[in-house]
Design a binder for this molecule. Structure first.
Ligand SMILES: Nc1ncnc2c1ncn2[C@@H]1O[C@H](COP(=O)(O)OP(=O)(O)OP(=O)(O)O)[C@@H](O)[C@H]1O
Ligand SMILES: [Mg+2]
Length: 326
């Protein structure tokens, strides 16, 4: 079956101080109609860069150096900027990581919602007005006239995020990429926004790529999960396999490092020691090796690729042995 979105062996390279660095390496991901894929991993693991690559939104010093990105059977890299513009914001939309800076401070909410409608849809004045009101209703902003006149700094964090969701949904996208959509919000608003996204996803039959650090959210939202570490996908599986049968030592460590609400007293939380290495593209062998509790001498020698193990894809040469308790 053809996937709605298919990323194969993607490498994204940035030139930093005249040195080329491969910051996203060999990323393979796919997304089907209506499903939710969660992309997880510690800060600096390449989650945002992977998705910015898909949308062709890398900074000037970044470029895709290999791999393919197909959306509805079309190779996105073969498209001109104009053709890609037609897809961006309409068929594939993104809610960016930083909600505060993604809205333009000098334009009202009305201007910013209308801008995306004008760019992609050819609507009469009356139809446009109705569309804007419908969008505000969809995202739970009911005081229409008041909200439309406001500037971003006059909105609360939750309202700002709702406006961004309205903008992202304006053209009824098939894929919505939400990059940490709730980290800047307090816990109750976080839950409201996530419920809203989940509900809209179902109503509009969208596929969702949700980037998050929050494994609780993953358990609640995901159909499938891809775990990134140091620029690579290290495990990909359906949500049950990730939580009940994690196979990569990093995924296991990630799950160990979160509190378990139901059994909070029984479970010992083990933070993962160390950090994602800065120059991870220079590492020979497994990129997680120096933090891995199961490290073997061969781990730092051999390049790891993603391999099928039961229903999961895992980038660890000892995963099968670990699974068998050897
Ligand atoms: N424009 C850039 N130029 C150079 N390096 C960059 C650039 N953007 C990101 N990086 C580097 O690429 C790596 C991956 O960054 P990325 O922002 O994709 O991580 P992330 O997984 O989204 O992290 P977070 O959870 O903190 O958002 C990091 O080492 C980061 O320093
Ligand atoms: Mg990010």
């Amino acid at each position: 079956m053809e996937h709605l979105l298919q990323i194969d062996h993607l490498d994204t390279t940035y030139t930093v101080h005249s040195e080329e660095r491969i910051l996203v390496h060999d990323v393979c991901l796919h997304l089907d109609k209506g499903e939710t894929l969660c992309l997880v991993g510690e800060s600096g693991s390449g989650k945002s860069l992977t998705m910015l690559s898909v949308l062709g939104l890398l900074k000037n010093n970044g470029r895709i150096t290999s791999g393919s990105i197909r959306f509805e059977n079309q190779e996105l890299q073969n498209l001109s900027d104009r053709e890609l513009d037609k897809i961006r914001g309409s068929k594939i939309s993104m809610i960016f990581q930083d909600a505060l800076t993604s809205l333009n401070p000098v334009f009202t909410v009305r201007n910013q919602i209308e801008e995306i409608i004008d760019a992609h849809l050819n609507l009469s004045r009356k139809a446009k007005k109705k569309k804007v009101i419908d969008l505000l209703n969809q995202v739970g902003l009911s005081d229409h006239e008041l909200i439309l006149k406001k500037y971003p700094h006059e909105l609360s964090g939750g309202q700002r995020q709702r406006v961004l969701i309205a903008i992202a949904l304006a053209c009824h996208p098939k894929v919505l990429i939400a990059d940490e959509p709730t980290t800047a919000l307090d816990v109750t608003i976080q839950a409201e926004i996530m419920n809203l996204l989940d509900q809209l996803k179902r109503e509009l039959n969208m596929a969702l790529i949700l980037i998050t650090h929050d494994m609780g959210l993953v358990a609640q939202m995901a159909d499938r999960v891809a775990v990134m570490y140091a620029g690579e996908i290290i495990e990909e599986a359906n949500v049950n396999d990730i939580f009940l049968r994690p196979k990569h030592p990093y995924t296991k460590a990630l799950l160990q490092s979160i509190p378990d609400i139901e059994h909070s007293k029984a479970k010992k939380i083990e933070p993962i020691k160390g950090r994602v290495p800065e120059n991870y593209d220079q590492i020979k062998g497994c990129r997680f090796a120096d933090r891995c509790a199961f490290r073997q001498p061969a781990c730092t020698q051999n390049v790891q690729s993603l391999k099928k193990l039961q229903e999961s894809q895992v980038r660890c040469q000892f995963a099968e042995q670990l699974l068998n308790g050897e």
